[in-house]
Design a protein around this ligand. Structure first.
Ligand code: PGA
Length: 241
């Protein structure tokens, strides 16, 4: 059985006090969500402590948004896997398109980060996806195949989550058509050695489109940016029908 994961990516949003406010509102709204839905909050490093204190039994799992490949060293501004696991972090987003686009993340560094995460017991959420230009040029399949080939070199697929995030659908309000997201995720699954990997869709997921997204057979969950910032919206997504 593939695991269902509803993950929020807060990006660079929410101070500690804003995070506490969110949690107070959010937790009571997800009490009735089926137990088998894993709810993950990938929050800024400065919010890890406060979110860790409010995991509500084990209803919420803690996630981070990046991890370095060395365990310690002179790497100003970076964070190591052991620093994260000590804070109760279970999941870590790796290779998000914003890291690739703005911070020079390459498939090689993504691969190093994935390995470091796994060797410390963190479950990486690897993000892959094509740009609008690549999609229009008919290069979607090729682009994703290449990312998977390079990123997953030497990676244990039994302890991995993948998120298909078409870059043109992130933060734009333009969701990928559900059949198309389902098709691409099917192609990703075909390229894996372990077909039971949980694969998420990400890109403008909101309460109004979550039901049709989750009805797709290949889609095991979602990675949510903007709509994970408002407690009511994210609870609406967690409580999909
Ligand atoms: P979005 O972001 O939901 O705001 O489109 C998704 C993501 O970047 O993971």
């Amino acid at each position: 059985m593939r695991k269902v994961i509803i993950a929020g990516n807060w990006k660079m949003y929410k101070t500690q006090s804003e995070a506490s406010e969110f949690l107070m509102e959010f937790i009571s709204q997800i009490d009735d969500a089926p137990e088998n839905r894993e709810v993950v909050l990938c929050v800024p490093f400065t919010d890890l402590t406060i979110v860790n204190k409010s995991l509500h039994g084990n209803r919420i799992r803690l996630g981070a948004q990046n991890v370095h490949w060395e365990d310690c060293g002179a790497y100003t501004g970076e964070i190591s896997a052991s620093m994260l696991t000590e804070m109760g972090v279970r999941y870590v987003i790796i290779g998000h398109s914003e890291r690739r686009q703005y911070f020079g993340e390459t498939d090689e560094t993504v691969n190093l980060r994935l390995k470091a995460a796994q060797s410390s017991g963190l479950i990486p959420i690897l993000c892959v996806g094509e740009t609008k230009l690549q999609r229009d040029a008919g290069e979607t399949e090729q682009k994703i195949a290449l990312q998977l080939e390079r990123d997953l070199l030497g990676i244990d697929q039994t302890r991995l989550v993948i998120a298909y995030e078409p870059i043109w659908a992130i933060g734009t309000g333009e969701t990928c058509e559900v059949n198309e997201a389902n098709r691409v995720i099917g192609l990703i699954r075909d390229r894996l050695t372990d077909s039971s990997v949980t694969i998420l869709y990400g890109g403008s997921v909101k309460p109004s489109n979550i039901n049709e997204i989750m009805a797709q057979p290949q889609i095991d969950g979602v990675l949510v940016g903007g709509a994970s910032l408002a407690a009511g919206d994210f609870a609406g997504i967690v409580n999909y029908k």
